[in-house]
Ligand binder design. Structure first.
Ligand code: NAP
Length: 643
């Protein structure tokens, strides 16, 4: 066995009964693909037994039970032979066979243009292709200090890549620990809604998740363990906020003022990487009487664990992604829960959402060659660019108020059936929970039925109105109804359109980033900004993923680009680089033209954090993942002023 490939699996020493038991849990299509690696025999995927359809979060490809049982029987034979022969892998599939394997499990031809992106992400050759380059003069690298702002998933990734490149760096983190959003959001029920075997770094093991969609403590622990294993912690200044960053033309450095416990100091950096995330400045509503409320009240991202909600009357204002997870978790414990939901949410059926990863799957992830990599593919591919075509507005479609295209109308019907199947027996509730805007127009929520089950509880009320005012012991709806409250939870979202706020970033010629951006933040490829040399954004303007993928995938693409920019600067002995106005403006015009054609821009979607005050979108990306990955492989020198 190729001991250096971390995805080839540990040697198998289990007896037949243990293997057979493990196989009962696994994804059969991923198992069949693993068998091709394990035996070198492609006939496993060339016979009559095959998946029928690949749908996000359905892991058996809709294969009938008897076919699954037959595959398990064949697999036991093959695995036994592999074990008994000392777990030696045969020659591994070449690119053509890998393409065939992808198309087989996707149940459709995977276009060839996707192969580089998918193979890079799957790392079947055990090579982390997005690793930062260590080439060039080590002394030049050592003389190029970088400040990274934020130690969430993207800041930690930046640290990992800078460490690989031999570039000195300091990560400034306002919290006391790693994880960003996964450090701050500790509300009951907080969990990720992208499958964890994909929502993780591509180059780190992913065989340890206890749930398919892990809860916040496990996610935070994951980032902590990666940080410790990679030796990044010693580079982080915890509990420290960046107050300002000012470009000094004379020395071609950024002067970064930071504050720890009220004491300020200045860091000097040749480049700054902003890894501050987007959804981290809580947005409290402006409601009359909020300050008069006598009981405890707090934002979902600032959950007050000192408040005991057991047996109390809780009013939850807001039911987007956060509120949607909070209500089902606290409802069984409170005396009464009132949920104010101004706009109903579309939900994507996902029966696995709260499921634990069973011991058989864990065994397969650890032992079956490349099983985990194919399982990753099975999450990545159906949640990838296929969904983007469905998000495009068809201007010829006549019913724009309910759907943006015929295909989108089919999705609306599918989602509507999912809701109706659960609450069709309660017409009053059904009317309240059916959204009246196009499906996927806001962020679609993952659902296993827990939301509507919660709303059907005797101790839960759903109020489909706004809030008129708050009194010392109650919340009053716009129709004047009074809802008594001991505790108020504001699950009202974040300042998503205020990138990097409230930091004061001053670039060339005194340009102030917040003023340059105003309500329309833009960056070339969402990463670099005219007037702000050697300044790089991760999860910058226009890069949020609304159609699929995972933000970690996006960060890995962006950080590769940033590493290549740093390489350009250092190996060329340059002072600075910034995007040309032309490149930036051309990109921005394309971004705006494209995003306006997507469902998130539909005027039928009244409120969403994707939109700014004017209803324009500067948060989300309209791009295919395959294109964005291509554009961010390395900087095009013609798009930059490099001196
Ligand atoms: P959100 O999606 O922006 O939802 C905010 C909620 O508050 C909405 O129901 C909104 O109503 C309501 N609201 C806002 N202002 C209000 C007001 N003045 N009066 C009454 N209601 C008001 O925020 P979020 O739930 O925190 O989620 C934000 C994003 O974070 C998500 O879309 C997702 O990207 C991410 N997130 C992800 C996860 C996950 O992975 N599982 C979990 C949580 C959050 P309207 O809809 O009418 O505006």
């Amino acid at each position: 066995m190729n001991a250096r490939n971390p995805h080839a699996g540990l040697p198998i020493t289990d007896d037949d009964a243990a293997i057979a038991a493990a196989l009962e849990d696994v994804s059969v299509p991923a198992l069949m693909l693993s068998l091709v690696h394990l035996t070198g025999d492609p006939s496993y995927i060339r016979g009559a037994i095959k998946p029928r359809m690949l749908v996000l979060n359905e892991i058996q490809g809709f294969m009938p039970e008897e076919e699954q049982a037959e595959v398990r029987r064949l697999a036991l034979e093959a695995i036994r032979a592999y074990r008994d022969a000392g777990c030696v892998l045969p020659e591994q599939p070449g690119p053509e066979l890998l393409h065939e394997m992808m198309s087989w499990v996707a149940c459709d031809e995977v276009p060839r243009e996707y192969l580089p992106m998918l193979l890079e992400d799957m790392e079947l050759d055990g090579v982390d292709a997005r690793r930062a380059s260590e080439s060039g003069d080590p002394a030049a690298r050592a003389g190029f200090p970088v400040v990274v702002i934020g130690c969430g998933q993207s800041g930690l990734l930046a640290g990992i890549r800078l460490e690989e490149a031999g570039i000195p760096f300091t990560i400034v983190e306002k919290n006391a620990g790693v994880g960003g959003t996964w450090y701050e959001n500790t509300y009951p029920g907080c969990r990720v809604d992208v499958g964890n075997h994909f929502y993780c770094y591509s180059f780190e093991p992913s065989d340890h998740w206890s749930e398919f969609f892990a809860r916040q403590p496990e996610l935070q622990a994951y980032f902590e363990s990666v940080m410790n294993r990679r030796g990044i912690a010693e580079h982080v200044r915890w509990g420290t906020e960046v107050v300002s960053a000012v470009w000094d033309e004379g020395s071609a450095t950024w002067q970064v003022t930071v504050e720890t416990d009220g004491a300020r100091s200045v860091l000097t950096a040749r480049a700054v990487i902003s890894a501050v995330g987007l959804l981290n400045r809580p947005k409290l509503p402006d409601i009359e009487g909020m300050d008069d409320f006598a009981g405890p009240s707090f934002h979902s991202a600032r959950w007050d664990h000192g408040v005991d909600y057991l047996g109390r009357r809780v009013v939850q204002i807001g039911a987007g992604a956060s509120g949607f997870q909070i209500a089902p978790t606290i409802a069984p414990d409170v005396a009464h829960l009132t949920v104010f939901q101004r706009t109903a949410q579309w939900m994507f059926p996902n029966p696995n959402y709260h499921e634990k990863v069973g011991p058989g799957v864990r065994w397969a992830l650890r032992h079956l060659p490349f099983y985990g990599r194919w399982y990753r593919f099975m999450i990545f591919w159906p949640g990838s660019d296929g969904a983007l075509a469905g998000a495009r507005i068809d201007p010829e479609w006549p019913h724009q108020d309910r759907a943006i295209s015929e295909r989108n109308d089919l999705t609306r019907r599918w989602f509507t059936d999912w809701i109706t199947a659960q609450v069709g027996d309660d017409p009053e509730l059904l009317a309240k929970v059916l959204p009246d805007y196009p499906a996927t127009g806001k962020r679609t929520l993952q659902d296993n039925g827990s939301w509507l089950r919660t709303l059907k509880r005797d101790n839960v009320d759903l109020v489909r109105e706004g809030v008129a005012r708050i009194e010392k012991d109650a919340v009053i709806s716009t129709s004047g109804e009074r809802y008594e409250a001991d505790v108020i939870v504001y699950a009202t979202g974040f300042h998503a359109n205020r990138f990097l706020w409230p930091m004061h970033i001053v670039g060339r010629g005194g340009a102030v980033l917040g003023e340059q951006w105003g309500d329309t933040p833009t960056a070339y490829l969402g990463i670099t900004v005219p007037n702000f040399p050697n300044f790089f954004c991760l999860y910058g303007p226009g890069t949020g993923l609304a159609h699929g993928g995972s933000l970690i995938f996006q960060s890995e693409c962006q950080m590769r680009y940033v590493s290549a920019c740093l390489d350009t600067l250092i190996s060329g002995g340059h002072r600075s680089m910034e995007p040309t106005r032309e490149a930036h403006d051309e990109y921005t015009a394309r971004h705006q033209a494209e995003i306006k054609q997507m469902v998130w821009s539909s005027p039928a979607v009244e409120h969403s954090w994707f939109k700014n005050r004017n209803g324009d979108i500067y948060t989300a990306s309209p791009w295919r993942l395959v294109d964005y990955r291509d554009w961010t492989k390395s900087p095009d020198p013609d798009s930059y002023t490099i001196d």
